[in-house]
Design a binder for this molecule. Structure first.
Ligand SMILES: Nc1ncnc2c1ncn2[C@@H]1O[C@H](COP(=O)(O)OP(=O)(O)O)[C@@H](O)[C@H]1O
Ligand SMILES: CC(C)(COP(=O)(O)O)[C@@H](O)C(=O)NCCC(=O)O
Length: 411
């Protein structure tokens, strides 16, 4: 394959920021974009690159190749508003981030790496509206590649959530595998990861992010996902859920280890309350729904981890949204079911694994490696005495998430 059209143009000029390498993950709910904008040409010190490569276990044979400094950008759109995404690609000239097929030099077809079901569903639309052909990459492959990349190359990517505190996890590159990757998108995939490109999708569930948003929309009349999520913060699930105490006259069922406050039956109170939907507060419904789905995913994840003897579970996907109650419910579920043996961990770039994986697949064409040397957070990062804490704002009016400043070499 040829180098990127955009890259070849960049060799002679020195513009401020040029786009190269656009990759897409078109899911059931959201379209995720990752693209690299090059700031300038620079020859970084080869010793620095060599030692970084060694730490990542990457061959040093390519370190004499040109190095590009730039930034990885992340953006997302609702799949139902795909025209906004097409317009974004057009307005930012992201189409230039594709490549030509060198097996047919006379062809002026531009290919963009894409994964997710929409890479199949919307292939004709991209061709018709932007003249782009989608070069499809397998969704599970991309999720795993994206997760491994983030865990190995991006500092402070993984964190736990315990007692209301986010704490970064130091990833030991020599002791990363095996782990369970749980991607909570519209539906949920559970993947046992044994190495780079070595994985098996061991389970899944159709009760996922699409279920929360779909049912939540019907039951609360919320107009967007973040509104539903914010509503859950104000609610009290006990108004809707039937607790062990409701069944046992206010007491624990101690013999089998169930406290009075454990949810015995999500939405169970609605059976006997003799109330209509309008009689419940949307915030209580939202909270109960969020808890039901997060708890269920946490439990199924743990059971799969148990099946394969996995101690580490990484949760990703845009359902999580860095939302405290979701993080807490999943963490508590894993802790409860594993009796403290397994740990739930989360990824800061939670929703972009697939798109990053598709982005990394340009390697086969022209990118020999990505060296990330700095994170540029868009959201505030604060440090507490208990360690680093991160806060993800739900009120961000931009659809772009934090970027990663990075160095790409070997183009
Ligand atoms: N702005 C949003 N619009 C719709 N869903 C959102 C939004 N933000 C987060 N979500 C949640 O994220 C889920 C999609 O997660 P994602 O990882 O992008 O999966 P998919 O690849 O299936 O689109 C949705 O089903 C919903 O629960
Ligand atoms: C079909 C999917 C892989 C598509 O990915 P998504 O767009 O949800 O991210 C996913 O929705 C899924 O794994 N669903 C669960 C199917 C099941 O195992 O029952």
């Amino acid at each position: 394959m040829d180098l990127l059209a955009a890259v070849s143009n960049q060799q002679n000029s020195q513009p401020q920021s040029q786009i190269s390498h656009l990759a897409l993950d078109i899911g059931g709910s959201l379209i995720k974009l990752v693209y690299f904008s090059r700031i300038n040409d620079s020859c970084r010190d080869n010793d620095e690159l060599r030692s970084h490569n060694e730490s990542l276990g990457v061959s040093n044979s390519d370190t004499s190749q040109p190095i590009l400094e730039g930034r990885l950008h992340f953006a997302k759109f609702e799949t139902s508003k795909i025209n906004d995404c097409l317009e974004f690609i057009r307005s930012k000239k992201l189409r230039l981030g594709g490549f030509h097929d060198c097996t047919s030099p006379s062809s002026d077809k531009i290919f963009i790496k894409a994964t997710g079901g929409g890479a199949y569903k919307f292939a004709d639309l991209f061709k018709e509206k932007l003249g782009i052909s989608l070069d499809k990459e397998d969704e599970m492959d991309c999720l795993v590649t994206g997760a491994n990349f983030l865990l190995k190359a991006v500092p402070q990517e993984a964190f736990t959530y315990l007692d209301g505190q986010k704490e970064f996890v130091q990833i030991d590159h020599n002791d990363l595998y095996p782990y369970l990757l749980v991607n909570i998108g519209s539906g949920v995939s559970m993947i046992k990861v044994d190495g780079d490109g070595k994985f098996e999708r061991v389970s899944g569930t159709n009760v996922g992010g699409g279920t929360f948003w779909g049912l939540g929309r019907l039951l609360t009349k919320c107009k967007n996902f973040d509104e539903l999520l914010e509503l859950s913060q104000l609610g009290n699930n006990r108004v809707v859920d039937m607790l062990v105490g409701d069944i046992y006259g206010g007491t624990d069922y101690a013999k089998i280890g169930l406290s009075a406050t454990t949810i015995a039956s999500s939405f169970g109170k609605a059976i006997s309350d003799n109330k209509e939907l309008e009689d419940y507060k949307p915030e209580d419904i939202s909270r109960s729904l969020l808890r039901m789905i997060s708890n269920n995913i946490g439990q199924i994840s743990y059971l799969n981890a148990l099946r394969f003897g996995l101690k580490r579970i990484f949760f990703a996907g845009f359902f999580i949204r860095g939302h405290a109650y979701t993080l807490d419910t999943i963490s508590v579920a894993v802790h409860f079911w594993s009796k403290g043996e397994a740990k739930a961990m989360f990824l800061r770039h939670e929703g972009f694994l697939g798109a990053l994986g598709a982005f990394m697949s340009y390697e086969k064409q022209s990118l020999h490696g990505l060296m990330v040397h700095k994170i540029l957070p868009r959201f505030p990062i604060s440090v507490s005495s208990a360690g680093d804490k991160i806060y993800c704002s739900l009120n961000s009016d931009s659809n772009e998430n934090e970027g990663i400043e990075c160095t790409v070499y070997g183009m």
